[in-house]
Design a protein around this ligand. Structure first.
Ligand SMILES: Nc1nc2c(ncn2[C@@H]2O[C@H](COP(=O)(O)OP(=O)(O)OP(=O)(O)O)[C@@H](O)[C@H]2O)c(=O)[nH]1
Ligand SMILES: [Mg+2]
Length: 298
């Protein structure tokens, strides 16, 4: 029996996961939920939204807020991404500051923000399957000198090592409260959102350089049908020259993207789907506040 089950009092609250790009924030949320709610790739800046993941136990409900990695925004899309981080930080009851093992350059502005926040911030050192506490000692000491963290915990989001300890720390820092969502609920985004994200994940996996960062996915239509769901989606690119790369020689690249995306979507919805995928150019969309908003980054 875990600590949470022994205790009769129901606790609940919002926990934001923040940190630099690629620290493993989305992997951690998926690990805790035991389900792929947030897309993860080896490339930085994968997550662009605030993604909600709900973890429920008999006497506990934690609403995790996965966020984009903290960066200095250079264009409108990145500004929108950072506004999701700000929002999550202010909505949260507890903040998990995730750093990866071996990290040596911290976003110093993060600490200035922390100092203005009146809530527990837990330092979570991730990717410990690739390191030892001894190796991380110096970094952890220096971080704890920069800010008084509520606690420090070492985990591997990939293997799950240290995660039960992290859950106990979260529980201890939460206040008593009722569940906000039905206990069986894992997230609150609609299926169209997940479809767009799964296609975006494949864009990150399949294409190099600027394509993943210059594109977004718009699900135009999702028709639930008896035997197979029909999906019409568009990959939006920033420049005309990117369209050719996405389509590839004789349509090879887009075909591959469609195939991989369809498989991922089928795994997610547990049903066969037909994916109608097209490429569209929206000149400089990621520099344009209105287009960024219209493509769902708000
Ligand atoms: N070895 C190891 N790799 C990990 C661990 N956690 C995450 N990763 C890998 O690190 C990469 C980034 O993981 P994500 O979960 O996408 O990282 P993120 O912080 O959400 O990244 P952004 O959304 O881009 O900010 C992926 O290749 C993960 O498989 C871990 O504990 N150990
Ligand atoms: Mg992420």
């Amino acid at each position: 029996m875990t600590k949470k089950e022994e205790n009769k009092e129901h606790k609940s609250g919002y926990v934001a996961i923040v940190g630099k790009p690629n620290a493993g924030k989305s992997t951690l949320m998926n690990q805790i939920l035991g389900s792929k709610i947030s897309i993860t790739t080896p490339k930085p800046q994968t997550t662009r939204h605030q993604i909600i993941g709900i973890h429920s136990e008999e006497n506990l409900q934690i609403i995790f807020l996965d966020t984009p990695g903290i960066i200095h925004p250079r264009y409108e899309l990145q500004k929108a991404m950072m506004s999701f981080v700000d929002r999550a930080r202010s909505d949260a009851d507890i903040v998990l500051f995730l750093v990866e093992a071996g990290e040596n350059r911290m976003p110093d502005y993060a600490f200035d923000v922390f100092k203005t926040m009146n809530k527990p911030i837990v330092l979570v050192v991730n990717k410990m399957d690739t390191s030892s506490r001894e190796q991380e000692k110096e970094m952890v000491e220096s971080l704890n000198e920069s800010y008084r963290f509520a606690d420090t915990v070492y985990i591997s989001a990939l293997t799950g090592e240290g995660v039960p300890e992290l859950m106990n720390i979260i529980y201890d820092n939460l206040k008593p409260g009722p569940p906000y969502y039905p206990k069986e609920m894992l997230s609150e985004q609609p299926v169209r959102f997940f479809v767009a994200e799964l296609i975006r994940e494949q864009l990150f996996m399949q294409f190099e350089q600027e394509i993943p960062y210059s594109s977004t996915v718009d699900v135009i239509q999702y028709d639930e049908r008896e035997d197979l769901d029909y999906i019409n989606a568009e990959v939006i690119v920033n420049r005309n020259s990117q369209k050719g790369i996405l389509i590839g020689k004789g349509g090879k690249a887009i075909k591959e993207l469609g195939k991989k995306s369809r498989q991922a979507i089928q795994d997610f919805v547990g049903k066969k789907v037909f994916l109608d995928l097209h490429v569209k150019v929206r000149d400089k969309w990621r520099e344009n506040p209105n287009m960024v908003r219209n493509f769902g980054y708000r």
